[in-house]
Design a protein around this ligand. Structure first.
Ligand code: ATP
Ligand code: MG
Length: 727
């Protein structure tokens, strides 16, 4: 080259530079959190563009989320000094799949204006097919089959690839037939599902070698971020595009971290990392070991934790940050989740005011990462009370969730019988045979007399205007609401709420639901009931929720981010709060039950992802009491707390200000210095366990020339490869 090195290269370390400049041939960057993998990809693209090696349209770059794609585009623009003329092939596997499919739809029997069905559409369609086969759709639920199809498609399996045994597992061996019928039906409807966005391009490329060759010519450079979470179909798709005949350039670069593989439950195959070296012989494997994101304490804590996993590829991570101001990872214990939310709110306000370090911190630099979405509720409520801005990332806010809106509609209609919107929302949820015709009749009747729909319903059941079946169903509904309304005055409102959800069949609807998100919805409903406890009455609660719903969600506002650990992948924040580190919640019981050891390891990787999002401050919380299934239970601190190294973690000093709890000597100071859990009700679990631990687990730690050096996975690498959920 000889010329001046561009600015964007000068800040990189030698390994990063190598990863950016090795533009020819396959490259695999395997490196821990915060080592600059994403930065390498971004810089690589900038470098390709800047040196004129390819046009933006000749680069295929895959990110895990659409948000990540947008951010990458922005960063590239900064690096090349000006807007990039499009980057049409930068996006998620799915968004790129849509683009490919629109171009070549006719090759798989679709028109280019095909529609993409959402999960509800898919389930409805499958249900029709099941019924058309003369099968009992109660015995063979459509949702379950939709899940099976999704799993097959994630594995790249079409109807012809399904093993006999698999197909027999559903509908007395009719599984495959149904799958075939489903695909035919989609084709007739000029539609496809999410899995098809991967499957169709694979089929197109396989059937049309010439077209594939064209794309080989087009995509001069291929890049993939978060490679550890690709599933089999995505890998097949990638391999078709990236694997070239001998002698042709094969410029593919994947970056990933096996310790951050957290989508096994959705079919991700961390073994794709191992396959890469096999499928792309001569691939250059580059390891990045220097972490630029986190302090030595945060890194040390995360590294020590993840070292408890077997089946790791084993990596070294270090930082040469040794700022005397660095603080250890703080572990806090609270009485219950309400106190937890209050204390985290307090901590956030302190940081905002510039305590304790004299710097005023932006809310934008703080995040709360939860294991389960129901945990968000407590924070949202608290922040609204405090007037603290927050935004929920990667999903709806708690009170906006479908099941919460449904439940709230019931409560509203009991407290405010004129609420027609609530009436229309729940009149046929769960299904009672009160379809559109009935609703329209009620609507007309109500409008003609200027009365609420519930009142119209009460009138109409006395007439002959409805079909007997609808009339009977409506009669039951009206009776129920009468009963609940009478109870409103003298039954505790949480009890009433529980009863409403039970008696209306709403809870049962989700209990009988076979879809993957049903358990989460049930969890959220329980949390909803729990949230009512701090209010005097149903009306007070309803008022509060309307205030929360009204809270501003402005992109430009300085606001705390709230999200699940799963959606935090790839992100970073100055301060990270990790609440709810209790057994059963984190690690989540469901993962343990369903996937055993593999499930536990995936949970641990999730914990690793959580801690490594923090740049400077990482606060972990656990509570002594949580309400589970309507009963208060003492909780056991998460085993992950036991797995944190004492050198990098400390128990946070309790503030004196939360007096008045008065339980078990809680009031004065919750923590005794010698044994912070002496006064707490629950198991003083993790602290004691930690004291009993031998020094053996600390053998992995060393120092190098005065810097903290963390060797992760050293001496603990178990068998290579591992099993993934659902295999
Ligand atoms: P994750 O595994 O969490 O996705 P990552 O490996 O993709 O992490 P990046 O997000 O690319 O890491 O980088 C982490 C942080 O370190 C970013 O703020 C990035 O700007 C910074 N960083 C990376 N490399 C360097 C460097 N050479 N000099 C200074 N800062 C860097
Ligand atoms: Mg990244």
């Amino acid at each position: 080259d000889g010329g001046k090195r561009p600015d964007y290269l000068s800040g990189l370390n030698p390994e990063q530079t190598e990863a950016v400049e090795t533009l020819e041939g396959p490259v695999l960057v395997l490196a821990g959190a915060g080592t600059g993998k994403t930065r390498v990809l971004t810089t690589r693209i900038a470098h390709i563009l800047n040196t004129g090696r390819a046009f933006p349209s000749q680069i295929l770059a895959v990110t895990f989320t659409n948000k990540a794609a947008r951010e990458m585009k922005e960063r590239i623009a900064v690096l090349v000094g000006g807007a990039v003329e499009g980057m049409p092939w930068l996006g998620t596997f799915h968004s790129i799949g849509v683009r490919l499919l629109r171009r070549h739809a006719e090759m798989v029997g679709l028109r280019s204006d095909f529609t993409i069905l959402d999960t509800d559409d898919v389930v409805r369609l499958i249900k029709q097919l099941i019924q058309a086969e003369g099968l009992d759709d109660k015995r063979w639920p459509a949702k379950q089959f939709a899940g099976m199809i999704d799993t097959w498609k994630n594995k790249g399996l079409g109807p012809g690839d399904i093993a006999e045994g698999d197909a027999r597992a559903f509908a007395n061996g009719k599984g495959r037939e149904l799958y075939v019928a489903y695909q035919q039906r989609l084709s007739t409807l000029n539609a496809c599902d999410f899995g098809d966005l991967l499957m169709h391009p694979i089929a197109i490329f396989r059937k049309n070698p010439d077209l594939l060759k064209e794309y080989h010519g087009r995509f001069r450079y291929i890049l993939v971020d978060e490679y550890q979470d690709t599933n089999t179909a995505q890998y097949m798709w990638l391999r078709l595009l990236a694997q070239r005949p001998k002698g042709e350039p094969q410029n593919v670069c994947c970056v990933g971290d096996d310790d951050q593989s957290i989508y096994g439950w959705r079919g991700a195959e961390v073994d794709n990392i191992l396959r890469f070296e096999k499928d792309f012989p001569g691939a250059k494997v580059i390891k990045l070991e220097r972490n630029y994101r986190s302090t030595a304490h945060i890194l040390g804590a995360a590294g020590h934790l993840i070292a408890h996993n077997e089946g790791r590829l084993g990596k070294t991570l270090f930082t040469d940050r040794s700022d005397p101001e660095d603080i250890k990872v703080q572990v806090h214990a609270s009485w219950d989740s309400e106190v937890e939310a209050r204390e985290i709110g307090e901590e956030i306000e302190q940081l905002q005011r510039g305590n304790p370090d004299g710097k005023r911190h932006l809310l934008n630099d703080m995040a709360i990462l939860v294991r389960a979405s129901f945990q968000m509720r407590e924070f949202e409520d608290r922040f609204v009370t405090l007037g603290l801005n927050y935004r929920v990332i990667g999903g709806p806010r708690f009170y906006e969730r479908l099941e919460i809106r449904d439940a709230m509609a019931y409560f509203r209609l009991v407290a405010q019988p004129a609420d027609d919107l609530a009436f229309e929302r729940i009149i046929n949820t769960p299904k009672r045979g009160l379809g559109d015709t009935t609703v329209r009749a009620l609507h007309d009747y109500a409008r003609a007399r200027d009365i609420p729909m519930l009142a119209a319903a009460a009138d109409m059941i006395e007439t002959d205007e409805l079909k007997p079946k609808a009339r009977k169903a409506l009669f039951d509904v009206v009776q129920s609401f009468r009963r609940w309304q009478e109870m409103l005055e003298n039954t505790p409102h949480t009890e009433l709420a529980e009863q409403i959800l039970e008696e209306s069949g709403y809870t049962d609807m989700w209990k009988n639901d076979k879809s993957a998100d049903a358990p989460t919805r049930l969890e959220n409903l329980k949390e909803l009931i729990r949230s009512m406890e701090s209010f005097e009455s149903m009306r007070g609660f309803l008022e509060h929720v309307s205030l929360v719903m009204d809270a501003e969600q402005n992109e430009n506002l300085d606001a705390v981010s709230i999200m699940t650990l799963h959606s935090a992948k790839g992100l970073e924040f100055d301060t990270v709060f990790l609440p709810g580190w209790e057994e059963g919640l984190f690690p989540h019981q469901r993962s343990l039950d369903e996937s055993g050891r593999a499930g536990l390891e995936e949970e641990r990787r999730l914990a690793y992802v959580g801690i490594t999002r923090a740049k400077h401050r990482c606060h972990i919380w656990f509570v002594s009491n949580r309400r589970i299934h309507g009963l208060w239970q003492s909780t056991i601190p998460s085993r992950f707390l036991d797995e944190l190294p004492e050198t990098h973690v400390e128990v946070a000093e309790a503030e004196q200000s939360y007096g008045g709890y008065g339980r078990g000597g809680y009031g004065q100071s919750r923590f005794d210095k010698a044994d912070p859990f002496a006064n707490s009700y629950s198991t003083p679990g993790w602290k004691r366990a930690q004291q009993n631990k031998t020094d053996a687990t600390r053998d992995n730690w060393g120092t190098r020339s005065g810097h903290a050096v963390e060797r992760i996975g050293y001496g603990e690498s178990g068998p290579r490869g591992r099993t993934i959920d659902g295999e």
